[in-house]
Design a protein. Structure first.
Lengths: 99, 463
């Protein structure tokens, strides 16, 4: 059970496949348009329940409860060997610049 | 109770936009196809001096114009004798929130406050979100940023995830959507629900804010180096960066400075495709925005876009992803400036252009942007690899967007591709195919496409 007052992330279907705009390509038209929003949970609920949250601007949004305490997990990525090679090229080609 | 179906909301878009900006776009319409662009630009009521004041009070503008001496020397190695122009960069990463977009946000959010709105909304997956959020924080307004972030598997573009984090850092609400142009539908619903101001990137405020950038470049070059730059090059997506800069250059008297557009070449990747979305290693400054917005500016979130690059640009040059990453690395290694990568698009093109210019000439790259987790070349390249995109070394012109990223084996191989401006103009004119054009229409088209009377006549015949 995730308690009322928790900081959570929800998912809402904005447009179903059938409701999507006529001009979108076939692959996009075959999936719904989804929204993710974050805010304070207004009533205690379980993951997967339909809930209402209050966002930081004070709006209410309804959606499926997906995550408790959503975090920032983006990063600089794993080691990319090709970038080391780019560095080597630049170093070799510019070794004499300040002579 | 409003009918909130897609079609019903789209049908009332003009009213929603009008209420959210208090700009009556009808006032600028001419008979026929055109509208009075300068009248619209003047309707803001702000002088450029007032804009500068608003920006400076908010830590925006007066960024340094930095000579990239080592990078210029590097380019000179591959240039014929007497060639290899001086490359400068306007270090816009020094603005509040880390990009030139702060210039646009400063004026828009200031205007929202002046008109009494309680908050602002912007539809953007770029640096503009953080710019609006930061300015709103300073002026005590609420901010909602609507982003296209994920594919249908909810895998987000690292660069955009970082931009969402930045917006939230400044206290904004970020509404994050999966791929699709119907983002505009949710955006309209939010404007209606909240009654907030539409801080559109394409409003006259958004463009006026960039004019100070062009003016600063012109005057700083003139005062410190004794002349206006020969060339100013702008990374081009929605067109506002180039338009505002070019207008500012003209206002400062740099009438002979050539203005070039540069975009990352993402030809072949569909912008509204769920499957193509995460195959892009650049989420802005690319052809997917640059070409459609140049050839049809009024596709934006306002009835008449103030961003009209075809009015100003002298050349339009494309560069591959691998070359932009290469030059991003060179900027850090040779100049001690870790920036971009997307903002370095025009820098990569400038590196080649400099080799074709004389050594006493000046080329100005008119922006840089902050870099961070997600929004970093290592993050972007790792993400690309995980999506099956091959990282290779070879001829950058052979890169196939979505399949591979080709780094040059030497900086000597960095090369751009030139877009034929008449072909762009023709695709602009196709929107008026079958329309019998009056004299006034043709005058409008001449201004829109930067052509003489005979040139426009010749081009219309080719339709």
């Amino acid at each position: 059970m995730i308690l009322k007052g928790s900081f959570v992330e929800i998912e809402t279907v904005i447009l179903t496949k059938e409701e999507r705009a006529p001009q979108v390509p076939v692959d996009t038209k075959s999936v719904p348009l989804l929204m993710r929003s974050k805010g304070i949970l207004l009533n205690s609920a379980k993951l997967g329940d339909e809930v209402v949250i209050k966002t930081i601007t004070g709006r209410k949004e309804k959606g499926i409860l997906k995550e408790l305490n959503p975090a920032y997990l983006h990063h600089y990525g794993n080691f990319v060997a090709e970038l080391l090679k780019v560095k080597e090229i630049i170093k070799v080609e510019t070794g004499d610049l300040n002579e | 109770m409003n009918d909130n179906s897609y079609l019903a909301v789209m049908e009332r878009r003009n009213k929603i936009i009008k209420d959210s900006m208090q700009i009556n776009y009808q006032d600028f319409e001419n008979e026929g196809i055109g509208f009075d662009y300068e009248k619209m630009m003047a309707s803001t009521g702000f002088t450029l001096a007032e804009v500068e004041k608003i920006q400076l009070e908010n830590r925006v503008g007066k960024t340094p114009l930095v000579e990239l001496k080592n990078l210029s020397k590097y380019a000179r190695k591959f240039a014929p004798k007497g060639h290899g122009a001086r490359i400068f960069i306007k270090d816009e990463a020094n603005n509040l929130s880390g990009s030139f977009k702060a210039r646009r946000a400063a004026v828009s959010v200031y205007q929202a406050k002046r008109l009494g709105y309680k908050g602002v909304i912007a539809a953007t997956s770029g640096n503009y979100g953080a710019a609006v959020a930061a300015m709103a924080a300073r002026l005590g307004l609420k901010a909602i940023i609507v982003q296209e972030v994920y594919d249908s598997e909810l895998i987000g573009q690292p660069e955009i995830i970082e931009k969402a984090r930045a917006c939230e850092a400044y206290g904004a609400e970020v509404v994050r959507l999966t791929v699709g142009p119907e983002l505009f539908y949710k955006f309209l619903l939010l404007l209606e629900e909240t009654g907030y101001f539409n801080a559109s990137l394409y409003s006259p405020y958004g463009i006026l804010g960039v004019e100070t950038l062009g003016k600063e470049i012109a005057l700083e070059a003139l005062n410190n180096y004794g002349k206006y730059p020969e060339v100013v090059i702008a990374t081009n997506a929605g067109g506002g960066n180039l338009t505002g800069t070019a207008r500012g250059l003209l206002k400062a008297g740099a009438t002979k400075t050539k203005v070039y557009a540069a975009s990352v070449n993402l030809t072949g990747l569909h912008m509204a495709s769920d499957k193509d979305f995460n195959k892009k290693s650049f989420t802005t400054g690319h052809t997917g925005f640059g070409i459609p917005y140049s050839t049809f500016p009024d596709r934006s979130d306002v009835p008449r876009s103030a961003a009209r690059p075809m009015r100003y640009l002298d050349r339009y040059l494309l560069i591959n992803q691998g070359s932009v990453f290469f030059i991003t690395e060179a900027l850090a290694l040779l100049e001690g400036m870790e920036r971009g990568p997307a903002g370095n698009t025009s820098l990569a093109v400038a590196f080649k252009l400099a080799q074709e210019m004389k050594e006493d000439e000046i080329i100005v790259v008119q922006e840089s942007e902050y870099t961070s987790a997600g929004k970093h070349l290592n993050a972007q390249l790792d993400f690309a690899k995980k999506r099956g995109i091959k990282l290779e070394f070879g001829n950058p012109l052979l890169e196939i967007p979505g399949k591979n990223i080709i780094f040059p084996k030497s900086a000597k191989e960095i090369a751009y591709q030139e877009l034929n401006l008449d072909r762009l103009r023709l695709s602009y004119l196709k929107h008026y195919k079958g329309v019998s054009l009056t004299k006034k229409d043709k005058e409008y088209l001449r201004e829109e496409l930067k052509l003489t009377e005979t040139e426009i006549e010749d081009l219309v015949k080719k339709l």
